[in-house]
Structure formats: structure tokens, C-alpha cells
Design a protein around this ligand. Structure first.
Ligand code: DAH
Length: 363
């Protein structure tokens, strides 16, 4: 690149004598063979004490008044031009702080594709579940992963003799003697209590996604850290029909329009009556053949549910004489595994077996 391309030329304000000086500077800078020579040339022209450009400024006060203005303007333009020349010369020498001379930008090269990340398959699944619930009128809430033992168990009518209180079944947080006992929540159900307390006596329809923990032995279907989606509806006249209708629509929204649901009697301390819900196996079209996913039964269990127990309603601040409700809870990993045909829960986040981009990028 020649100087002419960098420096606009000629400079309109420059007096004849300054044009000559600028030409001299250009010649000096461009013939400077190395950094040292360039630095010497810089001092010669731009040096504060004896620099030739500086000397032009010193001349101003010797001039008659009417010439000073034009001369000063020209001296300023000269100094700016010389500074630009110096910057250009430094680039040529590779001593500029920003060296644009190398490597050069080749505009003809194809662009580098920017790799876009995407959400983890468990986040996608959670979002799907929440979105389907939202179409059914549920809002979304969250609760803390470190929860009181009381909310996690007692408030949900789980009796003291229940095995899940055992530290072999639930992670307890170390707390000082006498302080409130804390756990890593073993399910999202304690958020039922929090949400009821927050909303009572207003009607409530909410889903709660979140992370949950249990000291289970890790295998293909169990992991110490997993995710659930809780659902809760409380109002003055909610019946088991509402539960069935809502969960049937929910299953259709998640697994497809043709999905059928089946409700089997079950037991949970926080619901009465309780039901486990199965969906027709989306993989074998209920032919009952040799489907490995439903083990040839044609049905897949996806969640637990029931009518909220009167004691739980009252622990949440609702009078069970005036209010009823239904609740449900499901494992997000299980739903993701069913939807995508994933066989091992460790593939999601386990540092050794999973969390591998080659796996995650498929979803
Ligand atoms: N909390 C139960 C669990 O972790 C799941 C569950 C079952 C939640 C029934 C509910 C319910 O809300 O009604 O196994």
C-alpha cells in the first residue's frame, strides 16, 4: 500500500513551506530502514524540544498579527499530517501497536461457521411439559432444592415411620443440634405446600419443574440427581373427573393425539384416592408384540397422581371443607427417555457416562 492511499493529499490548510516540510518528512520516514531510524526521524521532526515541526509553532509569535492565524492553522495541519505519516510508517515497520499489515484479511475465504449451542434435552423436555400444562391453564412456580424436612415430608402427610425419612433414602444437610432439619428435596411435592401457603384461599393451578435428589444406587434408571414436574390444582369444586380429564389431555399433548391413558389405583400419603397413570405405548401401537419399551404390555407408567389429602390442603392453608384439589408428579428423565428412546439415565448428566456432546447434540 503506498502512502498516497493512506494520507489525503494535498492538505487544504497547508502553506507552501509546510507542504515542502511534509514531503521531506515523508521521504525521511519511508527511507528509514528500521525502527531505530524511524525513531530518529520522529525525534528530528516531532521532538518536543528541537523538532522541526515544533519549531514552526515557535515561529508563530515572531509573525505579524495578521499572518498568525493562517500560519497557526497550517502548522496544526502539518503536525497532524506528520503524526499520521508516522503511524503509517510504523505499520510498515510492524511496530504499530495494532499491526494491521499481517496476517492479512482474505475477504474471498468462506466465513467460519459459528457453532450454536442448544438447550439440554432435559431442559427441552421440561419446557415441553410446562408448555403443555400452560395450555391447560397452569402457571409455573419453582421452589428451593434445599428444603425443610417438614415441607418435604410432614406437611405432605408422610408419617414419621415412613422409610423415606431415613438418611439412606434422603440426603440430609448437616445442621446444628436443635435447628430445623434440612434435606435436599427428594421430590418437588414440597412446593405444593409453599404454593398453597402463597395463594390460599385463592384457587390455584400450578406446575413446578425442578431438580430433586435421592441417594439411590446409580443404575440405568436411577440417578442421585434427577428432575420432576409437579402439578397442583386447588379450587372449591375440583373432582376426580377434573384430574382424569386434565391428565388425559396432558398425556396427549406430550405423547401425541392418539395417546390413551389408563388410571390404576395406587397409594401416596399426600393424595386420597391416588392413581398411577399409564399412557399407551407410543412405540408399539398397542400390538402387544415384542416391544422392549413397554415390555409387550402396551402401556407405560408416566406419573403418580391423586386428590389432594385433606390434611395437606389444611397444611397449605385451605379449609378442606370448602376446597378440593388434585396433584400429580412425574420424572422428567423418564419422560425424556420414553420420548426419545433413551435407555440409560446416566447419559443425561453423569460426568463419566454422559453429558457427552455426541449424545446431546442429537436432540
Ligand atoms: N412425589 C411423588 C414421588 O416423588 C410423585 C407424586 C405422586 C406427586 C403423586 C404427586 C402425586 O403430586 O399426587 O414419587
Amino acid at each position: 500500500m503506498s502512502d498516497a492511499e493512506i494520507i489525503p493529499d494535498p492538505l487544504p490548510d497547508l502553506l507552501e513551506e509546510h507542504v515542502r516540510l511534509l514531503e521531506e518528512v515523508r521521504a525521511a520516514f519511508s527511507s528509514a530502514a528500521d525502527d531505530k531510524a524511524l525513531e530518529a526521524a520522529r525525534v528530528k521532526y516531532l521532538g518536543r524540544k528541537a523538532g522541526l515541526v515544533q519549531a514552526e509553532f515557535d515561529r508563530i509569535k515572531t509573525l505579524p498579527g495578521e499572518e498568525r492565524r493562517a500560519f497557526g492553522k497550517s502548522a496544526n495541519a502539518l503536525r497532524q499530517a506528520v503524526e499520521r505519516e508516522l503511524a503509517a510508517a510504523r505499520i510498515g515497520h510492524g511496530t504499530s501497536e495494532i499491526d494491521i499489515s499481517a496476517p492479512r484479511l482474505d475477504m474471498t475465504l468462506p466465513g467460519r461457521a459459528r457453532e450454536l449451542g442448544h438447550r439440554h434435552v432435559l431442559s427441552q423436555t421440561t419446557e415441553l411439559l410446562v408448555n403443555v400444562a400452560a395450555t391447560l391453564g397452569f402457571s409455573v412456580a419453582e421452589g428451593p432444592e434445599v428444603e425443610s424436612e417438614f415441607n418435604n415430608f410432614d406437611a405432605l402427610n408422610i408419617p414419621r415411620e415412613h422409610p423415606s425419612y431415613d438418611p439412606f433414602d434422603t440426603f440430609y444437610i448437616e445442621t446444628p443440634e436443635g435447628a430445623e432439619k434440612l434435606v435436599l428435596r427428594s421430590h418437588t411435592s414440597p412446593v405444593q405446600i409453599r404454593e398453597m401457603k402463597r395463594h390460599a384461599p385463592e384457587p390455584l393451578r400450578v406446575v413446578v419443574p425442578g431438580r430433586t435428589y435421592r441417594p439411590d444406587k446409580v443404575d440405568a434408571t436411577h440417578y442421585h440427581t434427577f428432575h420432576q414436574l409437579e402439578g397442583l390444582a386447588v379450587d372449591s369444586d375440583i373432582t376426580f373427573q377434573d384430574l382424569k380429564y386434565t391428565l388425559d389431555l396432558f398425556a396427549k399433548g406430550v405423547f401425541g393425539e392418539e395417546t390413551l391413558t389408563r388410571f390404576r389405583p395406587s397409594y401416596f400419603p399426600f393424595t386420597e384416592p391416588s392413581a398411577e397413570v399409564d399412557v399407551s405405548c407410543p412405540f408399539c401401537a398397542r400390538d402387544g408384540g415384542a416391544c422392549p419399551v413397554c415390555k409387550a404390555t402396551g402401556w407405560l407408567e408416566i406419573l403418580g397422581s391423586g386428590m389432594v389429602h385433606p390434611k395437606v390442603l389444611s397444611n397449605g392453608g385451605y379449609d378442606p371443607e370448602d376446597f378440593t384439589g388434585f396433584a400429580f408428579g412425574m420424572g422428567v428423565e423418564r419422560i425424556a427417555m420414553l420420548r426419545h428412546g433413551i435407555r440409560d439415565i446416566r447419559l443425561f448428566i453423569d460426568p463419566e457416562r454422559g453429558n457427552d456432546l455426541r449424545f446431546l447434540e442429537q436432540f
